[in-house]
Write a protein that binds this ligand. Sequence first.
Ligand SMILES: [Ca+2]
Ligand SMILES: [Ca+2]
Ligand SMILES: [Ca+2]
Length: 291
Amino acid sequence: MFKFLSTSKSVFRGISLLPVATLSLLSLGTLASKPVQAAAFSNGGFESDFTSWEITGDVSTKGTFNGFAPTNGSNQALLTTATTFRDDDNVGEGAYNFSGTDATIATINNAQLQAFLGLENDALQIDTPLTEPLGIQLDSKEGSAIKQSFSFEHDFNLSFDWKFLTNDGNTSPFSLPSDRAIVTISDGTDTVIDTFAQSVGDFADSLTSPEFDQKSQGRFSKNLAAGDYTVGIAVYDVDGTDKTSALLIDNVAVEKSPASVPEPDNTLGIIAAAGIGYLTKRRRDNSTPRA
Ligand SMILES: [Ca+2]
Ligand SMILES: [Ca+2]
Ligand SMILES: [Ca+2]
């Protein structure tokens, strides 16, 4: 609804636009009705399928898929941008759909995927260097997501292994980016979107399901402050509903950050200085002639 919000990585809710008086009332109300603390994070390896997770779209668990073995245990999560009824990849209807459930609609006017992730309707639109000066954004179309709410009482690190699989090579004369994989991190006040993989390039090789055309992989890692969070992971089609992309996710970890230690040199220096001061005082005391 507000264009400038979607260009920011941080998508603030409309609450900031309410009058101050209303805001303070809402704040009091929020404090008074603070929900029971969320559960601890669990099942980050999908060994119990999607226990503790909420899912939307074409989401399933797999063993080894497209040559990628689970990085933890024997299951990994697979999310795609494919429907069961459309021939997204010109190899047959639903050829790249693996759950039997359609990808969730993610258009501005029917923003079901955005709603699942707690985002504004236009939050998944994409600016490109070529289209932004013209005031044009590439549209989000459809995709799938998983999310989990949890609380953690210490500062912590969120990390997971990902593989981004895509058939979406851009075939226009301009190499515009397309399908995206994102993580959304909400602390209940605002939601930050991090894009960790995106289809870029020009390729249109012949396809044989379930094999995808292009593959990349990595491990996402981010340090967060103690608190209550909802973390979502999603993959979605950009600009067109065709040319499926997918995401393999495993080994999602929420781990206490190592205790922050002051600069070692300074610490030693301070201890040494204190020690020298103490010794000096002792010596001075010892050397004081007795009366
Ligand atoms: Ca696993
Ligand atoms: Ca699709
Ligand atoms: Ca696509």
